[in-house]
Ligand binder design. Structure first.
Ligand code: XMP
Length: 512
């Protein structure tokens, strides 16, 4: 059986990272809400270790999240982080209270006990990331101190016999120097896990399980401009070949050269590939529509109309495949606890319009990075697996105001230049999504001896882990200078280029 770790979610924004860091060390980790998970279930599932995550609450507050206390008696190693650390103390009779010295936030010096199995191969003095108001003021019985900072005496606690540990700091964030080493110590030395999470194994196993499930049935998949559905398509193609029909609806709002790239990527697979060129009908539907929500709705509805027609042509299928990935599962409430649903992000309604018996979601346990690795393993080209996230309504929500073919062409060219400049730069801060927006602001320019009055392009680049919050990327001036010079010179219809320096919140990533 594959070794696995359970991360119990008590509401921290960092929980995804805990799972990801463990999987990066080749051990499978799952995130589940603390509520409703019982000690018995955990035992039956065979987890080798449990992590209690952080969270915004105080353990004494009314309604504070509390898990089944029996979990701590299972004999399975437990590591609590921040709120999780306080909860362990609380359940074991320690005293948790607002720290005398007030909140502690940011990078702080920490002293740890190198003799502790959790702190193996870590120096006695280093830096960690703290974010807390409460602290463990008195050790629970049977526990000893293994870490402290100037402001927090019991920053780390341990009961080696029971293999229960707590840390006030966040080991999953990059600012905590030895965070990965602590996770390694916990997962391998304390829980006794073996490396058993590899994407090539996953690939082989899921091909087998797709074959076993689908038999000689028919599967339908809608391909989009993102990464997930092409990878899902490649996996299914490898598993069931021409029992798969991929429908790629080109709504005319894809990025430059993208429709062709998608078609090229799949031409060597023996599948039914339907490239529906529907630019005209989408643009006709968008004529005169300027309100962002109305645009999204119009595009979503038109997708459904197209699918109804394609669905009729294909007839009934056994399975509808979807490229749902792990963060989608958690966001939709089936996994963790801390994030909200982004309902507007789904094109919506599709399953009702196709005649199928069951949905299959072969990527549902994977994080984005793992989806990319799987795509590579399956031989998809880099331009597909390294693609940035791309919204379902495409460039339609990056042309402010009415969408026309002419405006889309301007945006496509400007966007391609900006992406090219960012791609070739060496960035200190990663840019996770970067694109151009065609604003509906016109301004005066001068080209040669002529006055122009043309559009303003806004450039947007964000740095983010999860796209729920994002920082604007501090792109090097050289990149901005190159884009600012090339775009008005090379793209007719653009007089001015500006850079968007708003983070999310208060802005969103997309302009509409
Ligand atoms: P926002 O604009 O909400 O975007 O900050 C967060 C992330 O979601 C993407 N996004 C969408 N993806 N359909 C999608 O599939 C949509 O309607 C949609 N709207 C935004 C956006 O590109 C960013 O990565």
């Amino acid at each position: 059986m594959q070794d696995k770790i359970l991360v119990l979610d008590f509401g921290s924004q960092y929980n995804f990272l805990i799972c990801r860091r463990i999987r990066d060390q080749h051990v499978f980790a799952e995130l589940k809400s603390y509520a409703g998970v019982t000690a018995e279930q955990i035992k039956a599932e065979g987890y080798k270790g449990i992590i209690f995550s952080g969270g915004p609450n105080s353990v004494y507050a009314e309604g504070a999240p509390k898990c089944d206390p029996e979990i701590l008696k299972l004999g399975i190693p437990v590591l609590g982080l921040c709120y999780g650390h306080q909860l362990i103390s609380f359940y074991n009779g320690g005293v948790v209270a607002p720290a005398n010295s007030g909140s502690e936030f940011g990078r702080v010096d920490v002293k740890t006990d190198p003799e502790s199995p959790l702190m193996k191969d870590i120096p006695a003095d280093w830096h960690c990331f703290m974010s807390h108001t409460d602290a463990v003021m008195q050790l629970p019985e049977g526990f000893k101190k293994i870490a402290s900072t100037a402001m927090t005496e019991n920053a780390g606690i341990a009961n080696d016999e029971k293999k229960i540990y707590g840390l006030q700091f966040h080991i999953e964030v990059a600012h905590t120097e030895y965070g990965n080493q602590i996770l390694h110590n916990f997962v391998f030395n304390i829980c006794g896990c073996k490396e058993s999470w590899f994407i090539d194994d996953y690939c082989k196993q899921s091909i087998e399980s797709i074959r076993a499930k689908v038999g000689d049935g028919k599967v339908l998949l809608a391909l989009s401009g993102g990464v997930d559905s092409p990878v899902c398509a490649a996996l299914l193609a490898e598993a069931i070949g021409n029992q798969l029909t991929c429908v790629f609806v080109d709504h005319g709002m894809m990025r430059k050269n993208e429709p062709q790239e998608v078609e090229d990527a799949f031409k060597n697979w023996d599948i039914n590939f339907k490239h529906i060129k529907a630019e005209d009908r989408f643009l006709a539907r968008l004529k005169g529509v300027t309100d962002p929500e109305a645009k999204r709705k119009a595009i979503g509805e038109e997708f459904i109309r197209v699918f109804e027609e394609v669905g009729k042509e294909i007839g009934s299928v056994d399975y509808l495949a979807q490229g749902t990935i792990y963060p989608d599962v958690v966001e939709s409430g089936a996994g963790g606890n801390s994030v909200t649903i982004k309902s507007h992000h789904n094109v919506g309604g599709l399953p009702d319009y196709v005649d199928f018996k069951e949905i299959i979601e072969p990527l549902r346990m994977l994080f984005k990075d793992e989806v990319r690795a799987l795509g590579k393993e399956l031989g998809l080209p880099d331009y597909l697996v390294r693609r940035q996230p791309f919204p379902g309504p495409g460039l339609g929500i990056r042309v402010i105001g009415e969408v026309t073919k002419e405006k889309l062409d301007i945006l496509r060219d400007a966007d391609a230049i900006f992406r090219e400049e960012v791609d070739k730069a060496e960035l200190e801060q990663p840019a996770n999504q970067y694109f151009a927006v065609l604003t509906n602001t016109y301004s005066v320019g001068v080209i040669g001896d002529f006055r122009t009055y043309a559009a303003t392009i806004a450039l947007r680049s964000v740095t983010t882990d999860d796209f729920m919050t994002a920082d604007w990327t501090h792109l090097p001036y050289e990149v901005l200078a190159a884009a600012g010079s090339r775009i008005p010179n090379e793209v007719k219809g653009v007089a001015r280029v500006v850079y968007d320096i708003t983070s999310k919140p208060p802005a969103t990533v997309e302009w509409e």
